[in-house]
Design a protein around this ligand. Structure first.
Ligand code: TRP
Length: 337
């Protein structure tokens, strides 16, 4: 069998997964999972880069893993893993950090944004080295493609530069990965419903703007009904406001319709009807995911077993990479006792 290209992606177990994650990430991952050798990771170590609640993180980790599966990621086709279960992630992160110039990390806009309003006496240095851990995640598996959102483009570029630098200084070791930004599917950018100039966000959106995958159907409908539009009454496709364009885009992604079909269906349609139809589609997509999620979480032992198998499969590959990395770096191999 010809080796399939390797895909790696991940989400943090912080905040609640929402419609933007489903349409922009999970769905496209699922649709193409058979074409690749996939690693889908719950990046719990990354969730420690901002203050966290030690009592909440386990449940959140299981929740995200269960939502991966409930959304269609098949643990038989794709390797599903929790980052901290494979200690090679943290180990490689240290070694790569020693080869990553401070200046490269200082240029990361996400770090600048997230650290801006915080006191540097309190903020953990993990927030600064976050992208190095992300590079380790990706490079451990000799990844070819990384499907991520636009917001991760700079981190991917950094990952490539770290791989190139390592290969150049210490010898050809890592595959240099390529970003797949919003290419893997429709609806890669879902905006907040109450502030359509901003992305729908796990961590910094208002509740009203975010359709959570675990929201009950009546909440979902109520949020769409209150979605921000404009002072008009009905869809004018020539110049829709940001809010209307977002609703149309969500409908398009959920329905699989073309732009032309959307045009024919919604030109001149009142905003109330548009909202109801988008809500219908969203609920129809989310309800089966919730049913599967309830099944999976009612049996945490089975879920943990799936994650155990994923970690074991991942670790086999990660350990192989680390063996080569240690030798390239020049560390003394430990002898068995
Ligand atoms: N930083 C990514 C995000 O916040 C999550 C992530 C961590 C990731 N490691 C990764 C994504 C490796 C892709 C590949 O979205």
């Amino acid at each position: 069998m010809v080796d399939r290209p390797v895909v790696f992606s991940g989400m943090q177990p912080s905040g609640d997964l929402h419609l933007g994650n489903l349409l922009g990430a999970l769905r496209p991952w699922v649709l193409e999972q058979h074409l690749f050798h996939n690693y889908f990771c719950v990046v719990d170590l990354h969730a420690l880069t901002l203050p966290w609640d030690p009592k909440a993180i386990q449940a959140k980790t299981r929740e995200v893993a269960a939502l991966y599966i409930a959304s269609g990621i098949d643990p038989k086709t794709s390797t599903l893993l929790v980052q901290s279960h494979v200690p090679e992630h943290a180990e490689l992160s240290w070694l790569l950090g020693c080869l990553t110039p401070m200046g490269w990390l200082e240029r990361m806009t996400q770090f600048k944004d997230k650290s801006r309003r915080r006191d540097s006496e309190r903020i953990g240095s993990g927030l600064f080295t976050y992208p190095v851990l992300m590079a380790a995640d990706i490079l451990l598996y000799q990844t070819n493609f990384v499907p991520v959102g636009e917001d991760q483009r700079q981190h991917l570029e950094l990952t490539r530069n770290i791989a190139i630098r390592f290969n150049h200084l210490l010898g050809e070791t890592f595959t240099v990965p390529e970003a797949r930004i919003g290419q893997m599917g429709a609806g890669s950018k879902v905006m907040s419903l109450d502030d359509p100039e901003r992305k729908m966000s796990k961590t910094d959106g208002s509740d009203a703007g975010v359709i959570r995958l675990l929201d009950p159907a009546d909440r979902i409908r109520a949020k769409f009904r209150r979605a921000k539009t404009d002072t008009g009454q009905a869809v004018e496709l020539d110049h829709p406001s940001a809010g209307v364009a977002n609703l149309l885009e969500i409908y398009r992604a959920l329905s699989g319709c073309t732009q032309e079909e959307i045009g024919a269906q919604f030109e001149g349609v009142g905003y109330g009807r548009l909202k109801d139809q988008v809500a219908d589609r969203a609920i129809a997509a989310i309800e089966p995911i919730q049913a599967r999620f309830r099944e999976l979480t009612s049996d945490p032992a089975t879920l943990d077993q799936i994650l155990g198998q994923g970690a074991a499969a991942a670790q086999e590959v990660a350990a192989r990479t680390m063996q080569e990395v240690r030798s390239r770096v020049g560390l003394l191999p430990a002898q068995p006792a």
